[in-house]
Ligand binder design. Structure first.
Ligand code: PLP
Length: 464
């Protein structure tokens, strides 16, 4: 144990001296060391166990150190560590098949990237080349990645210091009933008015100048706002009407997080509605909302080895049948990453892990978080599904004034209290994101909720 602590201490010291961290003022950091992880738990440098309700960066959907995924990476490493992207590789071919089998509709051509941001970059590039147009519409309250274009598409404060007025990016408001831009009094009204606003934005920008609309099927980092029924189908219909490419960003919401393989599956529209695409869903009288391009990363292999990608509809893929696609990556479909994806997707299917996420959401996390809202006046709203939940913390339930506009000491205190009691969660602005692995058990979910219950009392003291 002493040796492990000494190793953790040395790692910390070297980190502080040499490692430059993301999204941070370097001197103000005091990062936590993680020295081990298993399933839904991690251990810090001092050997304390924490339940991981953050799934790291909402990516360890299958939990930590899943033995089948670890074995697949080890076997692939022993067999063939790397190949150039132009060569065929068995792990990549099989991963593409498994992803294509799960993406909605006919999205069955897969371009692999290193992560989510470059998946977004390539999806936009494909849309621009396919349409011959430049503009891209993205919503406020969104996150699309840290590279230049992806961060400019992003609709949250992380864009501001990076904003170069990227060519052709236009932001619009999406539906978010709790903080409605549309003065809506019902979900249906919010949906209708958000679609009218999007239609107006398209018309005023010039519909034939717009290459794509990019939308997280459920915005994640920006607050886990499940869109009202009909919204995504309405976006699909607008894209069809104006010849705009619909890019669904499922980097965070994909691969089981919401209790389905992809969050867009929750948006199936009734048959006969004009707001639907051609392909029918397995639900019979309901039709799937099928985007033209779908970006994924994170949960595709739970981040055991970096991987992302774009699933491409046939009509977009056909654009590049006889025309060169002008883009690529040395590690596109890297054997270690795609072997991890094959093992992850296979284990998730065999062990019914997506179904587990749906059940835990419906039976434990949903009811448990709503019960917390009854006891704690700092909770303004509980929203989410599957293992994808946000608590919106407010100073005053009537005015909905955020508990802290962004960051701030109350949220830090709450985070620290949870950590010392053995719970790691994601804090974002005035929200707590409860995003454990899809493999979480009922007992673990209840253990986390109990810790949260105690910690929220701290925040209640700061309400009006
Ligand atoms: N898109 C969405 C919806 C995301 O949540 C993220 C990351 O959180 C990204 C894109 C960027 O992914 P990456 O960090 O792998 O580049």
């Amino acid at each position: 144990i002493d040796a492990a602590r000494a190793e953790a201490q040395r790692a910390y010291e070297l980190d502080r001296r040499h490692v430059f961290h993301s999204w941070s003022a370097q001197r103000q950091l005091d990062p936590m060391t993680i020295s081990a992880a298993q399933g839904c738990c991690v251990w810090d440098g001092a050997g304390h166990r924490l339940l991981d309700f953050s799934s790291q960066l909402v990516n360890t959907n299958i939990g930590h150190q899943h033995p089948k995924v670890v074995a697949a990476v080890q076997e692939q490493a022993a067999k063939l560590c790397t190949v150039a992207p132009q060569h065929v590789n068995a792990a990549r071919s099989e991963a593409a098949r498994l992803v294509a089998e799960r993406t909605p509709g006919e999205l069955d051509r897969i371009f692999f990237t290193n992560g989510g941001a470059d998946a977004v970059e390539h999806a936009v590039r494909m849309a621009r080349l396919h349409t011959g147009r430049t503009k891209v519409l993205a919503r406020y309250r969104s996150y699309h990645g840290g590279t230049d274009l992806a961060v400019n598409l992003t609709g949250d404060p992380r864009r501001w210091p990076n904003d170069r007025g990227a060519a052709g990016v236009v932001h619009f408001h999406g539906p978010f009933r709790y903080r409605s831009q549309f003065h809506a009094e019902s979900e249906a009204q919010e949906c209708e008015r958000a679609l009218e606003h999007l239609e107006q934005t398209i018309l005023l920008e010039g519909s034939d100048t717009i290459a794509a609309i990019i939308l997280e099927s459920i915005p994640g980092t920006a607050g886990i706002m499940v869109p009202p029924p009909g919204y995504l189908a309405g976006v699909r219909a607008l894209c069809d009407r104006f010849g705009i490419v619909y890019i669904a960003d499922e980097v965070m919401s994909g691969f089981g997080r919401t209790g389905r393989w992809f969050a867009i599956e929750h948006a199936a529209a009734p048959a006969g509605s004009s707001a639907v695409s051609e392909s029918a869903s397995s639900a019979g009288e309901f039709r799937a909302v099928v985007p033209d391009l779908l970006t994924f990363a994170k949960g595709v292999n739970s981040g055991y080895v970096p991987l992302g990608g774009v699933a491409i509809a046939p009509h977009i893929a056909a654009t590049f049948d006889d025309r060169v696609y002008p883009g690529g990556l040395t590690y596109s479909g890297h054997p270690l990453a795609t072997a991890a994806a094959v093992a992850t997707i296979t284990a998730m299917a065999e062990e019914r892990i997506v179904e587990n996420a749906a059940r835990i959401g419906e039976q434990v996390l949903g009811p448990g978080l709503h019960a917390l809202a009854e006891r704690h006046r700092c909770i303004g709203e509980v929203r989410g599904l599957g293992v994808f939940w946000a608590l919106e913390l407010v100073r005053d339930r009537q005015t909905r004034e955020p508990l802290v506009p962004s960051g701030g000491t109350v949220l830090r205190e709450l985070d620290t209290a949870c950590r010392s009691a053995g719970l790691l969660l994601a804090v974002n602005a005035n929200r707590l994101h409860i995003v454990p692995p899809c493999t979480i058990s009922e007992a673990e979910a209840k253990e986390g909720l109990a810790i949260l219950d105690d910690a929220l009392t701290l925040a209640d003291a700061h309400t009006a």
